[in-house]
Design a protein around this ligand. Structure first.
Ligand code: MN
Length: 229
């Protein structure tokens, strides 16, 4: 098969201990998955019934930190540190009890957000795409293999900006753990090998400015370091 112009490189993420990279198919994100963060964003009631999902384009990936460009059209770039789940298989209507079989590995990432545009979209009932799915909005660490580390149900998740602790929680606090996120997403989309899932951010989201350095960590699993330029 030929194409009418050269195809773009497949977005990918490094894998710890492997020369081969993880090719990214889609980036799914869940909102309001930590009660304290839902409250800080002004959600009136934290609903455990219906998760909030959105997507970022696969080429929003910034692989393993480095320099992240400050996006256009915002005066309020916010950090959201999140555990990232990488899938090696997928399907539809996956049972939560079998969902972890789909997991290739784990990393840590930033769900970068144009908070001012998100607030305006929320106020008008408009979609979040321009607030969440912009270029370079998804810095992600190298992935650790689930076959080596298992499936963490407890791990400290933290973010430092210029050395100052901004976000600090334990993934045990997630309203929807990763198996339930996979099960719920698979009711809406056919999940595939190569999908990444950002599993939601804890309280403490805040601004990033040009020149800020960040260090996100999922303890004993992944570290992501970089700088806003
Ligand atoms: Mn988020």
């Amino acid at each position: 098969m030929s194409f009418v112009f050269d195809t773009l490189a497949i977005p990918s993420v490094p894998v710890v201990g492997s020369h081969a990279r993880f090719p990214v198919h889609r980036i799914y994100c869940i909102g309001r998955n930590y009660a304290e963060h839902a409250r800080e964003m002004g959600a009136e009631a934290v609903s455990c019934a219906q998760p909030v999902f959105f997507l970022k384009p696969a080429d929003a990936i910034v692989s393993n930190g480095g320099e992240v460009p400050y996006p256009s059209a915002t005066k309020e770039l916010h950090h959201e540190v999140e555990m990232v789940v990488a899938l090696q298989s997928g399907g539809r209507d996956i049972e939560a009890s079998r969902a972890l079989d789909c997991v290739f590995g784990y990393g840590v990432g930033l769900d970068l957000t144009r908070r001012d545009l998100q607030a305006a979209a929320k106020a008008k009932g408009l979609p979040w795409d321009i607030a969440k799915g912009f270029d370079a909005s998804a810095p992600v660490s190298a992935l650790r293999l689930a076959s080596e580390i298992g499936h963490p149900s407890r791990a400290r998740l933290s973010l430092r900006v210029n050395g100052e602790l901004r976000q600090d929680t334990n993934i045990a606090e997630m309203i929807f753990p990763e198996a339930e996120i996979i099960a719920e997403l698979s009711k809406l989309f056919e999940l595939k090998a190569g999908d990444l899932i950002f599993t939601g951010t804890p309280a403490g989201v805040g601004p990033l400015a040009r020149g800020d350095t960040f260090r996100a960590e999922l303890e004993n699993i992944a570290v992501l370091e970089g700088r806003i330029v």
